[in-house]
Design a protein around this ligand. Structure first.
Ligand code: GLN
Ligand code: ZN
Length: 765
């Protein structure tokens, strides 16, 4: 018999119950008791949702982040939190977000721990802090409590824990301690933990070691060997779990580690299944993650069965089925959707639906396909409808992509020639000032959008309101004496959703939320069909803004790679195809803006870096097509049109050449927190075009002083000729208030004027 299990379930709740409970708790609107009750209810509900499976996961739920939970489980709480007053939960939220709750008097004394992206997903984890003094100790009560709860409800429980080696890998050494020096101590605590789980009646424990899908140095491979050789004597069975990619040169290692089962992401590593079966000792269970935990499409159940049936004949009881990774990365339940197009809806599967698919597969393997013929037929009908739907395939779009030529991505002249022509057309001072696009999204703006959606406001009234906002924004910028103005993006809820809503091939959900960090969720749009530009999207707003002022207004667009990386994408064609379709759509919009007389156009590629594959060996291919997509979108313009791009990060060293190959006239980047460290990349590499390193940290309520901005820019001027420097914030100002933005930008402009007039004192030769 095939066994079924799940690696993890979304925590946030169908209607984001956890988000609302957390935020109310932080505001002190509900008590700790209330918060914990909501958490308990969500857990029981989720176990019930998974009860068709043979094993349900416990320990995957978290109030904020499962890596932070692991730190608490292992007694690795930063000392600066431990010395403060308050209960465990206060320490926990201080580590997570700097503040236990609204009236946390101690909060001003602590910095939250760092947060960073969980592998190549859009989920962010709290980075474990490690140093010489780190000592681990077991604090398993919360986990044991949850196990007891689940068992009381009658579920077969499989605890999920993050493996010791991945835990260290994800951590950050705060001094010069090599993280692996902490391994022995850590293993002994894991040994205690596994004993405790045995005592709690657990048979199997899922131990996640996703780093097995990454390029590992020998010392890390050795650490894995050491950890699992030591843990093998413990009285529980370990399911060593890998996900997010292929094992490649860790394949043999993963098969040989002395555990009782291995889980493989059989979506991204399907080609490796045969070798894994060859290498895997015959007493071990093989769990195949056959249902994609990273997208929202129905699986091809019959095709999967063709493939799985012979595997099942070989492995028999040793075969387990699961999603490829935790279902944390998909929305909870498709049946919550009320407004989604019925046909498109029939092609989709969210977490609950994905677990059903696993159940159907297992039944088909255990009792024959005829035992689930109805479900299989329904599945194949849905897939046929998707394959044949004329809403998916637009031959004209396909043809246009086929006909893309390299020449379409090449500017007419070199940067030097363009820059000269642009200077003639657009007169700008040295150290020109600009912003990244958005201005504060005030309550009035949000309310107007809501009213439009609920039909309390007519289209026309909404348009007038937005025009008023644009006018205010232009006037503010004129008073501030910024050089290149923006319209302020009041009409945009989200930079991807806004454009997606107006392109063919995109659809949107009501409740398709996916956790990004803590209580924050995103609702990625779904690209279901060939993407096409059908009408100008931004010209009306930006043209209106330009009509109000003599200063140049910069048109703002979202780039193709960011549109791709922040959406659920199609699985029926390679990503690069979808990206090229997006590139053509953005290109059309760029041309529309140019035709409307807009001289400066910014194409944001906020998420270009996020798309980098986990393995460095695959970076080149990704960067090649990502850069090509940007070039197709941006570079079909006249020499006199100035193209800007913007990126929200400051690690550039390793991709600087690709960034330069985009050939934007100006790039604005995040930087103020790194104290111009990012510009180290420019020491080795001569960046040929203009650049605006951010000088105002928009993630902080602090106002940068004129001097601090001058200092930052002087550092920049040591590496980049002053003629090619811009002065701007790190990112959009959407989340800030006008009271913060006004003085910050005033200082920015003052700093720029000072720099322009004192140019000679620090000009680099
Ligand atoms: N133009 C966008 C804004 O200013 C860019 C946002 C981003 O980079 N994430 O809001
Ligand atoms: Zn940004």
């Amino acid at each position: 018999m095939v066994t079924t299990h799940n690696l993890g379930f979304p925590r946030i709740g169908r209607k984001r119950e956890l988000k609302f409970a957390l935020e109310s708790y932080w505001k002190k609107a509900i008590s700790q008791e209330d918060l914990l009750k909501t958490a308990r209810e969500l857990r029981s509900r989720h176990w019930r949702d998974q009860s068709k499976l043979d094993w349900v996961p416990v320990g995957d739920f978290s109030l904020y982040d499962h890596v932070l939970d692991t730190s608490f489980l292992l007694g690795n709480v930063p000392e600066r939190m431990r010395v403060l007053s308050g209960a465990k939960l206060d320490h926990y939220f201080r580590a997570a977000r700097g503040r236990a709750a609204a009236d946390d008097a101690d909060s001003c004394r602590v910095n939250a721990s760092e947060m960073t992206k969980w592998f190549d997903t859009n989920y962010h984890y709290i980075v474990p802090e490690l140093d010489k003094k780190t000592r681990f100790s077991l604090h398993a009560d919360p986990l044991l409590q949850q196990i007891a709860d689940a068992r009381r409800h009658g579920f077969r429980v499989k605890p999920v824990i993050l493996g010791p080696v991945t835990y260290l890998w994800l951590g950050k050494s705060k001094d010069d301690t090599h993280k692996l020096e902490l391994l022995d101590d850590l293993i002994s605590v894991y040994a205690q933990l596994l004993n405790a789980l045995k005592l709690a009646g657990c048979e199997w424990v899922q131990v996640d070691e996703p780093i097995l899908t990454m390029e590992l140095e020998q010392d890390w491979q050795h650490a894995l060997r050491k950890a699992y050789y030591q843990l093998q004597t413990l009285p529980v069975k370990l399911m060593l779990t890998t996900y997010f990619g292929q094992l490649q040169n860790n394949l043999q290692l993963a098969c040989e580690l002395p555990v009782d089962g291995l889980h493989l992401d059989a979506v991204s590593a399907r080609d490796e299944v045969t070798s894994v079966i060859d290498w895997l000792p015959s007493h071990k269970v093989l769990s195949l993650g056959v249902i994609n935990g990273r997208n929202i499409w129905k699986a091809h159940l019959n095709t999967l069965l063709e493939w799985l049936e012979p595997i099942h004949r070989v492995l028999q009881d040793r075969l387990w089925l699961a999603p490829s990774c935790s279902l944390l990365h998909v929305p909870v339940d498709l049946s919550s959707e009320q407004t989604l197009d019925e046909e498109i809806c029939s092609w989709l599967a969210f977490a609950i639906q994905k677990l059903n698919e696993i159940d159907v597969l297992a039944k088909a393997l255990n009792h024959g396909r005829s035992s689930v013929s109805f479900q299989l037929e329904k599945n194949s009908n849905a897939l046929n409808s998707r394959a044949q739907s004329n809403r998916v395939c637009q031959p004209a779009v396909k043809l246009r992509v086929q006909n893309i030529s390299d020449a379409m991505g090449v500017r007419k002249s070199s940067y030097i020639e363009r820059a000269a022509k642009q200077r003639e057309k657009i007169s700008l001072p040295l150290f020109p000032t600009t912003t990244i696009g958005s201005f504060p999204q005030t309550q009035t703006i949000r309310q107007a959008r809501l009213d439009l959606r609920n039909s309390r406001l007519s289209q026309q009234a909404y348009r007038q309101l937005m025009q008023k906002e644009i006018e205010t924004c232009i006037r503010e910028q004129e008073v501030l004496e910024l050089d290149v103005l923006v319209h302020g993006e009041p009409e945009r809820n989200d930079m991807v959703e806004y454009f997606g809503e107006q392109l063919a091939g995109y659809t949107f959900t009501q409740f398709g939320w996916v956790q990004s960090y803590g209580s924050r969720c995103v609702k990625p749009p779904i690209i279901y069909g060939d993407v096409a530009h059908t009408h100008p999207i931004s010209t009306e707003w930006i043209g209106y803004a330009q009509s109000l002022t003599r200063k140049p207004v910069k048109g703002m667009l979202t780039g193709p790679v960011t549109m791709l990386n922040w959406s659920f994408v199609r699985d029926d064609q390679p990503k690069v195809q979808t990206c090229m379709q997006l590139a053509l759509a953005v290109r059309d919009e760029v041309h529309a803006l140019e035709k409307a007389g807009i001289r400066i156009i910014q194409i944001d590629e906020a998420a270009l870096r996020e798309g980098l594959p986990l393995r460095k060996s695959q970076w080149k291919t990704y960067l090649e097509w990502a850069v090509r997509a940007f070039r197709i979108a941006a570079n079909g313009v006249q020499d006199t049109t100035q193209i800007h791009t913007h990126m929200c990060y400051s690690e550039f060293n390793d991709i600087i050449e690709a960034i330069a190959a985009m050939d934007a006239d100006v790039i604005t980047i995040e930087n103020s927190r790194s104290d111009m460290e990012l510009l180290n990349a420019f020491d080795q590499f001569h960046y040929p075009n203009e650049i605006g390193p951010g000088v105002y940290d928009i993630h902080s309520p602090n106002i940068p002083s004129v001097d601090s901005i001058i200092d930052l820019m002087k550092k920049a001027a040591q590496r980049i000729p002053v003629e090619r420097l811009w002065v701007n914030p790190d990112c959009g100002l959407k989340t800030r208030s006008w009271d913060e933005v006004r003085p910050a930008l005033r200082n920015m402009v003052a700093a720029s004027r000072y720099l322009a007039s004192h140019l000679k004192t620090f000009r680099v030769s």
